[in-house]
Write a protein that binds this ligand. Structure first.
Ligand code: PBG
Length: 332
């Protein structure tokens, strides 16, 4: 195919974009299903698959249904899931005791998953907000302030129970100070040297957590989470959080939300040798769905583009509610 050349250019960058094969050849970033983590919501009971307000296509599953979902994820090449537990109101209390009660739902789910699918990497969210009646990630004082050190003790109990149940990786999402170090020590003292810690190291107080809080009915009933989650205005603070969690023994670091923090992902990538992940959170997911439901954007293309750009920014792996859909699209 000949085209007139009147500009006498030595370099035409469009040549490397001329055909699909060439574009594929020079593509710098690629997604792979094994680098997706599927967050899942589990609830008590059997044969339950309940829709969630403002959270299209995402369901609260009973354990039997979750096992089916895990099988399907594995069949699509998604090998890691992260468990969040829904707790009915009558089991919530100010201390979040249900979170570390022996034999609770979290431990039951981990056991069931590891028994049926030993090859699956099971991550457990470690935080108290699904279990506290006030919705905060820890134990509060009379003013509603989340007490750091008592919360860390409770988290370590929760983490130990999850480890006993066979959890591969603990993912503390609470943003308390010193919890990674204390969790590491508790795990090591109990002999769980192979249980890893994925720290939600840079977690911002964002307006985009809404659908998730519907999933667990966990919106804070007093105040907000701004004195433990980070201010979206800050970059250095994220680097400090990540450095501290690394020093305390985190095996991997997580940044969330993803799309509003691509600069943070890139900067953390440059400042650590640890694997880093990014969490495409519930609000990011619902934004894509909302746009698609209006016919304003193509859901699949927007999903794949956002995931690709999160990876390009420097994330090794991505927590996404679109894990299975993206894996399907990659297999096409
Ligand atoms: C809380 C927690 C939250 C998410 C994960 N763990 C919400 C919050 O801090 O209130 C949000 C994830 C999402 O929005 O998808 N420990």
């Amino acid at each position: 195919m000949r085209n007139p050349s009147s500009l006498q250019l030595t370099r035409r960058t469009r040549r490397n974009r001329h055909t699909q094969a060439i574009r594929d050849l020079v593509q710098e970033t690629r997604l792979h299903p094994s680098q997706f983590v599927a967050p899942v919501f589990v609830q008590e009971g059997t044969k339950k698959k309940d829709p969630i307000l403002h959270f299209p296509d995402i369901f609260r599953l009973s354990v039997d249904m979750l096992l089916k979902e895990a099988e399907s994820l594995l069949a699509h090449g998604v090998k890691t899931i992260n468990i969040f537990c829904f707790t009915p109101n009558e089991k919530k209390d100010p201390l979040g005791l249900e979170g570390y009660r022996r034999g609770n739902l979290l431990q039951e789910v981990i056991r069931a998953l590891k028994l049926e699918f030993p090859e699956l990497c099971v991550m457990a969210d470690i935080a108290l907000d699904p279990f506290t009646d006030h919705g905060h990630d820890g134990v509060i004082d009379e003013s509603g302030y989340v007490l750091n050190d008592p919360t860390v003790y409770a988290l370590s109990e929760m983490g130990l129970r999850a480890a006993e149940a066979g959890c591969d990786i603990l993912s503390p999402s609470d943003m308390m100070d010193g919890r990674v170090g204390f969790l590491r020590k508790s795990l090591d003292d109990a002999g769980f040297i192979h249980v890893g810690i994925l720290s939600y190291a840079a977690k911002y107080a964002t307006s985009l957590y809404g659908p998730f809080r519907h999933a667990l009915d966990s919106a804070p009933r007093i105040g907000d989470k701004k004195n433990y989650q980070m201010n979206p205005a800050n970059v250095r603070e994220a680097l400090l959080e990540c450095a501290l969690d690394e020093e305390e023994g985190a095996d991997m670091l997580l940044i969330k939300p993803a799309l509003t923090n691509l600069d943070i992902i890139a900067k953390v990538r440059a400042s650590t040798q640890l694997p880093i992940g990014a969490y495409q959170i519930s609000g990011e997911w619902s934004l894509l769905h909302a746009g698609a439901s209006q016919g304003w954007l193509d859901f699949d293309r927007a999903l794949m583009e956002t995931l690709l750009c999160i990876k390009r920014a420097g994330a090794d792996f991505i927590f996404t509610y679109g894990a299975k859909r993206a894996a399907q699209l990659l297999l096409k």
